[in-house]
Design a protein around this ligand. Structure first.
Ligand code: GUN
Length: 292
């Protein structure tokens, strides 16, 4: 079988153009450009790349963007002060603190310090709670991006068995919640597999939709997948590769060569879920700016 490749780059470019148009309308009507602030602590290479992508996307859609960079040595109290200032700054519509943070900083405390209306990552308990209840809120960016792709490609989800591998607060658990809610591109029967799940392949082999979000390069193999399954690959791991100038290549959580031939739809890495995560963040920032 030759799968439909779910093109996150194309879809995200289309949405970015729509956002850019909306921003120009706002500005033409005397409003101000939405402003996203990203806080980056330390020198983690992947985090620097992600924040760079977010900054570039802001430029593309016409947002103002600021990146606040801090050394690993910043204290928790200092970081909380920075967040408090941004909370009360009317020129800031949304903020994200790139995770992970150094071990001496309590991530949950930091997430809870962000005002829920500026929490464009959708990580604050108030926003997570609203999502759980199916109320309008800031949805976390990666799950929202995946839901958007299912809709864009008109993937049939009603009553389907969906297996999510990975139970993170950022992807697996919120996505399980969204896919099990009532709705046109939801209404799935969801199973969440994790590091203590026995015989994962017994679950994946019965799945109509598989979301691989565990962060292990090439984990899902073709023999774990049913013929005709929809596979959404959230993984993006740097794998050493001496043939590349950078010294690494990006690998998803699926072994694409063996998985793709069995699928009806599959997201590539890169160019699948990744660009959608960024565009969801832009949509949340626009929503926050327009909510004022
Ligand atoms: N680290 C990995 N993914 C994310 C994300 O979506 N938001 C933030 N803030 N940090 C991350």
């Amino acid at each position: 079988m030759s799968p439909v490749i779910i093109d996150g780059k194309y879809t995200s470019d289309k949405i970015k153009k729509e956002i850019a148009q909306r921003v120009e309308e706002i500005v033409a009507n005397g409003g101000k450009r939405p402003h996203l602030v990203a806080i980056l602590v330390g020198n983690d290479g992947a985090s620097q790349t992600y924040v760079g992508h977010k900054e570039r996307a802001c430029k593309e859609v016409g947002f103002d963007s600021t990146v606040l960079r801090f050394e690993d040595s910043i204290t928790e109290a200092e970081l909380l002060d920075v967040i408090a200032e941004l909370n009360s700054d009317d020129h800031v519509d949304g903020m994200i603190v790139q995770l992970p943070l150094p071990k001496h900083i309590d991530e949950q405390k930091v997430i809870e310090a962000i005002h829920p209306e500026k929490d464009v990552d959708g990580f604050h308990p108030a926003n997570v709670g609203k999502m759980m209840l199916g109320l309008p809120t800031m949805l976390p960016a990666t799950p929202a991006g995946i839901m958007c792709l299912l809709e864009e490609y008109n993937v049939e989800t009603k009553g389907k068995n969906c297996v999510i591998i990975g139970r993170s607060n950022i992807v697996g658990r919120p996505l399980a919640n969204l896919l099990s809610q009532k709705g046109k591109y939801a209404d799935c029967t969801v199973t969440v597999c994790h590091s203590n799940t026995k015989n994962i392949e017994e679950h994946t082999k019965n799945a109509d939709i598989i979301v691989a979000a565990l962060g292990k390069a090439g984990f899902l193999k073709g023999d774990m997948v049913k013929e005709g399954a929809v596979v959404i690959d959230v993984g993006i791991t740097r794998v050493p590769d001496s043939t590349k100038k950078s010294g690494y290549r990006l690998s998803g959580d699926c072994d694409y060569e063996t998985v793709a031939p069995k699928c009806s739809y599959i997201t590539p890495v890169p160019g699948g879920v990744g660009p959608m995560t960024i565009v969801s963040l832009m949509l949340n920032t626009l929503k926050s700016a327009e909510g004022k």
